[in-house]
Unconditional design. Structure first.
Length: 142
């Protein structure tokens, strides 16, 4: 039976695309629940006027990818790092030297229902660490 025809779940809208990318990295690359962007069919990276080197097709793919509550229930661990595969999909060759993919709104991540551990390559903003800790999420920073 087709999964789409039986589901009554409504997609979750993320307030921050960069936060969505962190969740998508888990679902696409760690858990293999969703299909990651496959740029093999693309000839070249498309440059965005604001973000040179960004692959607009990858960004659009991930932006359009629906996340359902059942997907979010699977995310128990989250990594906040510039080295994530999903970020390389969106911006091939990006070295993480700036904050362009840092979430500005962390609410959707703090509200992940099954989240238990967050691994962060750099310290998270204090208010984010406090909110996660208050929900019983362990935060491990470098």
């Amino acid at each position: 039976m087709d999964e789409e025809s039986t589901t009554t779940e409504e997609p979750i809208e993320f307030a921050d695309f960069n936060a969505k990318l962190l969740v998508l990295d888990v679902l696409c690359y760690d858990l293999d629940v969703l299909e990651p962007y496959d740029g093999d069919d693309d000839e070249d990276t498309v440059d965005d006027d604001e973000v040179t080197g960004q692959d607009d097709r990858a960004r659009e793919y991930y932006d359009d990818l629906d996340l359902l509550p059942s997907h979010l229930d699977l995310v128990t661990e989250l990594t906040v790092d510039s080295d994530l595969e999903v970020l390389q999909d969106v911006h091939p060759g990006w070295d993480g030297s700036d904050d362009r993919y840092d979430p500005q709104n962390w609410d959707d991540l703090v509200d992940l229902p099954a989240l238990r551990i967050v691994y962060a390559a750099a310290p998270l903003p204090a208010h984010v660490s406090e909110a996660l800790t208050a929900k019983g999420v362990e935060v491990r920073s470098a």
